[in-house]
Design a binder for this molecule. Structure first.
Ligand SMILES: [Zn+2]
Length: 230
């Protein structure tokens, strides 16, 4: 009966693939089979992917950076990222996090970290969006990896991070000083942490948040994103 109702609902309100926007069949979830099979994976957990790793070279001490998908403007991955951020789809973030978590578990990544932390949103922004997509990605990763995640170890203090036009790293750091704070030092100190976000572009937000974790005594830092602009 439930199946029948779902079939009827699919007919009346067709669910669409978040990537290509074709209608989904009854068994498909979020992505159609075609898009699922052709996701542009970076495989950065299997091979050295310099274009991703070098984003943090000479900036912060990151053990490794892993990005699930290759992001290109106007490409399919952009549709996915847009949907999980703006179309009220926390479950999509969790679904993709789980999928990537399974791949990372295949290379025993679960043995390398103690805690997953999603890049926090400011609470006003959280109220507007209703959820923090990074937390939901971390939650999905956590399910597959069997490693805990936390939504409240780290906080975001300012509403937006001021982006300066200046090239000076010193000035940039001055402007973003105090953007992130740590609520629970015990959870960070001497632990191996993976910082999670939806997309890696310039990496500046991740860099600042990572620096805060390192200053708070995080033993090893990893960065995981669903997509990377590479
Ligand atoms: Zn599709």
């Amino acid at each position: 009966m439930k199946n029948f109702i779902n079939h009827v609902l699919d007919f009346v309100y067709p669910r669409i693939c978040v990537s290509c926007e074709d209608p989904l069949t009854f068994n498909e979830k979020h992505l159609c089979l075609g898009c699922l099979m052709t996701l542009p994976k970076t495989q950065s957990h299997l091979t050295e992917t310099e274009s991703i790793e070098r984003k943090f070279w000479g900036k912060i001490n990151v053990q490794n950076t892993y990005s699930f998908l290759r992001f290109t403007k106007k490409g399919k991955v952009q549709n996915i990222l847009h949907a999980l951020k703006y179309k009220n789809k926390p479950e999509l973030a969790e679904y993709l996090g789980k999928m990537y978590g399974n791949e990372l578990k295949n290379v025993n990544f679960n043995e390398k970290i103690d805690l997953l932390i999603g890049i926090p949103l400011h609470k006003e922004k959280l109220k507007m969006r209703g959820y923090n997509q990074a937390d939901h990605i971390a939650k999905g990763l956590s399910v597959s990896l069997g490693v805990p995640y936390s939504e409240d170890v780290m906080v975001r203090n300012t509403f937006t991070m001021s982006q300066t036009k200046t090239k000076s790293r010193f000035n940039r750091f001055k402007n973003i000083e105090g953007v992130f704070g740590i609520n629970d030092l015990e959870a960070v100190k001497d632990n191996r942490i993976a910082l999670v976000d939806d997309v890696l572009t310039t990496g500046s937000t991740l860099e600042v948040a990572g620096e805060v974790l390192i200053e708070a005594g995080c033993k090893e830092l990893y960065i995981i994103t669903l997509a990377a602009a590479v």
